[in-house]
Design a protein around this ligand. Structure first.
Ligand SMILES: [Zn+2]
Ligand SMILES: [Zn+2]
Length: 318
């Protein structure tokens, strides 16, 4: 199973230079998670071919307008499309009140809307969970209560060496399943076979971190740890470091330092200030620290494949 990350809005504060307000879609098995929903996100979803009807949850980082003013419009559209599937909205305390004030009462939609709010006491919380992945929130350092998010697939069992199991006398197919599930089995001739003898190491899933708006901070660093893809605030070039400190943002070099320390595989710079009509200087300064850096490209699909994380074998199971 692959996971697609599609940046939809990479501008800071105001739309400029073809860049839209903050939003990023994550698509897996046809279902969609949305991180932030700046004004205009509906149109960006259409342009990028991300099916809005398949959005299961929206995770809002903070209540600055450029990150959530698109939400009332999106919810209204889903209602007009006769949606029946439930939607989960996660964000800071006040998100539900904002939607009611905007005339989009979460309790009066043709589909169930669950609003999960965290407050400034947030340290770490699992805010969304399925059988196959979870999304956790941790606090960031900005001018208002802000959280970053980590999407993480659950690890999958290791590969079973069926030939070796047979050679050890495991002949009943259900026993192969038990070994793979971590159970010890006994063969017909009384021999004990443990998973460690025939099953390879657990296979890690894909991890994606969405870390904006923020100074480099402990919460963002933990969210980024070992991520296959890190989307990080890079509002300014390092020449404007003082401005980044003052406004609660990060520079491109700082984003790269977070990625390097985290051992991330890939860094996408986002939340780019309108002053950079050409973001190349941001890329250059970040790459000096962390080579696998790009400016997040709106509408592009960044496809992440967990099988590519298995150097020794892999590629034979779906
Ligand atoms: Zn912002
Ligand atoms: Zn902000």
């Amino acid at each position: 199973v692959t996971t697609d990350v599609v940046p939809l809005g990479t501008a800071a504060s105001i739309p400029a230079h073809g860049r839209h307000l903050s939003a990023l879609a994550l698509q897996r098995k046809g279902r969609v998670l949305l991180f932030d929903c700046g004004e205009g996100t509906q149109y960006q979803l259409l342009d990028a071919g991300v099916p809005r009807a398949r959005i299961d949850a929206v995770f809002v980082t903070h209540l600055h307008g450029d990150h959530f003013f698109g939400l009332p419009g999106l919810i209204s559209t889903l209602a007009n499309l006769q949606r029946t599937a439930p939607v989960t909205l996660v964000g800071p305390e006040g998100l539900g009140a904002f939607l009611r004030a905007a005339g989009v009462n979460p309790d009066r939609q043709p589909f169930a809307v669950t609003v999960t709010e965290w407050d400034e006491t947030l340290t770490e919380a699992t805010v969304y969970r399925t059988d196959e992945f979870a999304v956790t929130a941790r606090p960031l350092e900005h001018r208002t209560p802000t959280a970053g998010y980590r999407f993480q697939e659950h690890a999958r069992p290791g590969h079973l060496d069926a030939a070796k199991a047979r050679a050890l006398g495991v002949t009943h197919p259900p026993d192969l399943g038990r070994l793979k599930a971590g159970e010890t089995v006994t063969t017909d001739d009384g021999r004990t076979v443990t998973p460690g003898e025939v099953v390879g190491p657990e296979r890690p899933g894909i991890g994606v971190a969405y870390v904006t708006d923020t100074r480099p901070c402990a919460g963002g660093q933990v969210l980024a740890d070992g991520a296959d893809l890190l989307y990080h605030d890079a509002t300014f070039a390092d020449a404007l470091h003082a401005r980044a400190v003052e406004t609660g943002h990060a520079t491109a070099r700082e984003a790269a330092e977070v990625a390097r320390t985290a051992g991330a595989r890939r860094l996408l710079l986002g939340h780019i200030s309108a002053r950079y009509s050409d973001p190349q200087p941001l890329v250059d300064e970040a790459r000096a620290v962390f080579a696998q850096t790009e400016v997040a490209e709106e509408g592009r699909r960044y496809t992440l494949d967990p099988r590519k994380k298995e150097p020794e074998r892999g590629g034979e199971e779906p």
